[in-house]
Ligand binder design. Sequence first.
Ligand code: SDX
Length: 429
Amino acid sequence: MSDNKATLNVPGRDPIDLDIYSGTLGPDVVDVSALTSQGLFTYDPGFVSTGSCESKITFIDGNKGQLLHRGYPIDQLAEHSNYLETCYLLLYGELPTRDQYNEFSGIITRHTMVHEQIRTFFQGFRRDAHPMAIMCGVVGALSAFYHDSLDISDEEHRKIAAFRLIAKMPTLAAMSYKFSIGQPFVYPDNSRDYAENFLHMMFGNPCEESKIDPALSKAMDRIFLLHADHEQNASTSAVRLTGSSGANPFACIAAGIAALWGPAHGGANEAVLEMLEEIGDESNIDTFIDRAKDKDDPFRLMGFGHRVYKNFDPRAKVMRESCDEVLEVLGMEDDPLFRIARRLEKIALEDEYFIEKKLYPNVDFYSGIILKALGIPVNMFTVIFATGRTVGWIAHWHEMISGEYRIGRPRQLYTGSVQRDYKDFSKRK
Ligand code: SDX
């Protein structure tokens, strides 16, 4: 209950008092759960104005271009932290002490291997299967291998499942790549840190020692960090809704991977690269800008726009800086796609349509250029996004399961047929 109330006046009904709650940051919320008992539903397709839960993990202010993980701004974490420390922060709510960090990163490191039987699981896929299709299947199948960590009411089971998922996603991601190019899987190397180990499993081979440029593994780590969590986005909401039925954590993360795959969500990074390659030359940019503005053309400028950010996406700013650094290290400053991206961003940000609709580059606009420069194939981009976001999905799943929760069951505005009786064929037109 709250002392702060809103009153809803519906013609022909008594006024309905609704509780208003205030968080530590962000808009107040109106609790509408009492409406059902009054024979009313709310209606909010796409959940533009709907808060689905209470959470302490991440806060976004779309107008300020602010993203906080447990209160820490993303640009500070990107500059001073690393992915595994950010994982600890998202899971436990505080930055770790040196000992806590060493223990946590040691546990993750020792869970990077997958059950040997999973290697044969890959054989069931075609070599040209999209890696996201493989990841949906293989991550869901982890529940068939880890029966000892499926009792979601057991805190220890929840913890081990979280460690296993964070640790094994890079291994499975690299395996989905190696499988697609017919190369042998590369086992994790526990002497390497998280991002370096991923690049080792992606580009190493049994015939020679793989040397990873520290600047590139730092860029890879930052990409994982920038994708770690983003409050109640579509895939995180899919994980929460799946988890609300009591489904095991591996099935919940598989649901998140499936939801992320769409081009309007995590699939946008792959779509950005395809768009930049389709533009091909700076002289074609205006044509694509015109198409993006044309209501009759389904084309949208991929990597632009966001449900929440109506100012810049703070992750895109950090990603663009990383882009500059990586391309300089690789001697690719004059990368034609990066040149097109920079020019496209400049033109779009000066265009009345994009200004009026508050469309800015989002996290996906520059990430693909870095990933391509790191040698990662375009069809692996969303797999990288899913790998980085796994900790956010798990943190939200754990926050829900370890507290009070009910199965999610949205209602609807029904506009179909009223009741009617069955007719035999003879009576049908
Ligand atoms: C992610 O939610 C998250 O937090 C997601 C994410 C995360 O970390 O989890 O941040 C990751 O998904 C980033 C977004 C990646 N997607 C893209 O880059 C795809 C391109 N962007 C759009 O599809 C779109 O901007 C969305 C999906 C991102 C947001 O869609 P909304 O909030 O439903 O906005 P909308 O579609 O209602 O657009 C509002 C208006 C529309 O015009 P009108 O109907 O008002 O005339 O803006 C237009 C749209 O046509 N518009 C665009 C556009 N995005 C929106 N026009 C051209 N190009 C675009 N990219």
